[in-house]
Design a protein around this ligand. Structure first.
Ligand SMILES: NC(=O)c1ccc[n+]([C@@H]2O[C@H](COP(=O)([O-])OP(=O)(O)OC[C@H]3O[C@@H](n4cnc5c(N)ncnc54)[C@H](OP(=O)(O)O)[C@@H]3O)[C@@H](O)[C@H]2O)c1
Length: 311
């Protein structure tokens, strides 16, 4: 194992695109104190955001030429798999062509690019995927993300692609599985049906942001898996969540197959999206904790937020 001297990204000019979402929140707050950050999105849901659409190539280029970023972080995405499946052109416009625009702008100003991809580029036939496995995406979302990965790797020398797993951590911005189950439990649902034939690696946005900031400070360009350590099925994640917040509330989680939800969640999802942080481990750069530790921390945060709202 090679141990890289601990470095953090500092003193850089960083343009973040799609920063109004759940990962953007963590990336912004992690990077802003030691760097000059311009945070942008099409959804201006924070005072610190400015409007910028990654599909508007000219505006993106203009902003880059004015701001002169050292690093461009592209988080802009359509992450609703069902929307992407039903609207593949719109999905590709943001998830692929947006990244093409980012690459062109980065070349014009000689910036490093960070792109966040997904375990959904795999077909799920393996249990755990390393950074070296060959993708074979099934969903429109996964295809657009993989196309963006390939384009980035061909177009740029100074790039980082980080493949994340099931994201959690956005608080009120979290639209994903953990928050959905948290809300069901808090809303008093007593019988909750959870898929047990799909597995993944939860990825805590705050750990991801710290991990990314360390890797970005190196010149070890390339593609990395970046998720919490370990993995589990949707049912295992939900069971852990229930154990933390309401173990004695008489709530029953029922394991079901994906077919149970097939009219609601019709986009193809791999049986396994579990990732191993193989390269980060080889480099001695593991900043992502075990998913259960992160889930417990996130759950405590959600409960605290709820108490504040109730007061
Ligand atoms: N969420 C996950 O489980 C997950 C897993 C693996 C990888 N990722 C990747 O991680 C990155 C960040 O995802 P996230 O979870 O933070 O998603 P998110 O919460 O949906 O945030 C994405 C943000 O991008 C914005 N956006 C959409 N189209 C845009 C455009 N044309 N120009 C600029 N901004 C635009 C969205 O605005 P609107 O809300 O108005 O559309 C949203 O604010 C994405 O690349 C995603 O593919 C996510």
């Amino acid at each position: 194992m090679v141990c890289i001297e601990l470095m953090k990204l500092e003193g850089k000019r960083i343009l973040i695109l799609g920063c109004g979402g759940m990962l953007g929140q963590a990336m912004y707050h992690t990077l802003r104190t030691a760097n000059t950050v311009l945070a942008t999105d099409i959804d201006i849901n924070e005072g610190w955001l400015e409007y910028l659409d990654v599909t508007a190539a000219d505006s993106l280029l203009k902003t880059c030429k004015e701001f002169l970023p050292d690093v461009i972080i592209n988080l802009a995405a359509c992450t609703d798999l069902e929307f992407c499946e039903a609207h593949p052109v719109a999905s590709s416009l943001v998830n692929y062509e947006g990244q093409v625009n980012v690459c062109h702008a980065a070349i014009a100003v000689d910036a490093t690019v960070m792109y966040v991809s997904t375990a959904g580029v795999f077909d799920g036939s393996k249990d755990y995927y390393t950074d070296y496995d060959i993708p074979s995406p099934r969903s429109m979302y996964g295809k657009a993300k993989y196309n963006a990965e390939k384009y980035t790797a061909q177009a740029l020398k100074k790039y980082f692609i980080f493949r994340a797993g099931w994201m959690m951590g956005g608080g009120h911005k979290d639209k994903k599985f953990v928050k959905k189950i948290f809300d069901k439990i808090q809303n008093g649902e007593k019988d909750i049906f959870i898929v047990e034939d799909k597995a993944g690696s939860p990825t805590y946005t705050w750990d991801f942001a710290v991990s990314a900031s360390h890797v970005l400070a190196t010149s070890r360009y390339g593609l990395y898996n970046m998720c919490c350590q370990g993995g589990g099925t949707r049912l295992e994640v939900a069971s852990e969540l229930l154990r933390y917040i309401a173990p004695d509330a008489g709530i029953h989680l029922y394991g079901v197959s994906s077919d149970f939800f097939k009219s609601q969640y019709y986009a193809p999802r791999p049986a396994s999206e579990k990732l191993e942080n193989t390269k980060l481990s080889e480099m001695g750069m593991i900043y992502m904790r075990d998913w259960r530790v992160c889930l417990r921390e996130y759950t405590a945060h959600l409960l605290a937020m709820q108490r504040v709202t109730a007061e």
